[in-house]
Design a protein around this ligand. Structure first.
Ligand SMILES: O=C(O)c1cccc(C(=O)CC[C@H]2O[C@@H](n3cnc4c(=O)[nH]cnc43)[C@H](O)[C@@H]2O)c1
Length: 202
């Protein structure tokens, strides 16, 4: 099986890569713009049976998720592309500016084989501790987690008709900007173990 392993940063997947260097690896850089471009370029030149995106993420309060939990993203959305006014967020679809679906749902069976929570994620461009904005996004999407690249995976792979799966490990609570309260090390260790378990099972 030809697998592409994708991550925003080397740090997030290097433990797995060092132990099993035989898959194609794509480090996109942080953010939607970089992930969309790099993934599109890579899929233009190669055919993969599965694209795995692995990274850390923030969990929304009330999601029930704990630091270090590893989750599979069932659906993702471009969470902050639209308008924010009177403390309410509106997507491009609500504004009548896009006819595409709001949620980019992963239709591939592989996600059903993963023994971990299946979650809703949004992909955002600005990390913030401004509570009214975080609450407006929560009210709109009722997501469990957020990242800065996930929707690029769902969007590009769906357009290119390539099977994909997005694994995220929880490193922080959304809105927490004090990095001493993040659990990056635990999240990355658990993420790499989950990537290994998934690939070994294929
Ligand atoms: O130090 C900063 O100011 C800073 C600003 C934005 C992001 C970071 C990161 O270290 C995150 C990089 C990476 O991790 C994902 N991530 C992790 N937690 C969150 C979150 O709460 N909201 C959105 N994305 C998150 C993200 O996918 C990035 O690739 C540091």
């Amino acid at each position: 099986m030809k697998i592409l392993l994708v991550s925003a940063t080397q740090l997030e997947i290097q433990d797995y890569v060092l132990s099993a260097p035989h898959h194609d690896i794509l480090i996109t850089g942080v953010g939607l713009h970089a992930a969309t471009y790099e993934l599109s370029e890579q899929l233009h030149g190669h055919r993969y049976d599965l694209v795995i995106q692995a990274g850390v993420a923030g969990a929304f309060e009330g999601s029930g998720l704990k630091m270090g939990d590893v989750v599979a993203v069932k659906q993702d959305a471009f969470g902050d592309i639209g308008s924010y006014e009177a403390n309410q967020f509106h997507s491009l679809q609500q504004l009548g500016l896009s006819t595409e679906k709001e949620w980019l749902v992963n239709p591939h069976n592989i996600i059903n084989k993963l023994q971990m929570p299946h979650v809703k994620s949004i992909t955002i461009n600005t990390v913030t501790d401004y509570t009214p904005y975080v609450q407006a996004l929560q009210q709109k999407w009722q997501a469990d987690i957020e990242s800065m690249e996930g929707a690029a995976l769902h969007y590009v792979c769906t357009k290119k008709n390539v099977p994909f799966v997005q694994l995220r490990a929880i490193s922080n609570v959304v809105g927490e900007r004090d990095k001493t309260k993040w659990m990056l090390g635990t999240a990355i260790a658990n993420l790499n173990a989950a990537v290994k378990a998934l690939i070994d099972s294929l």
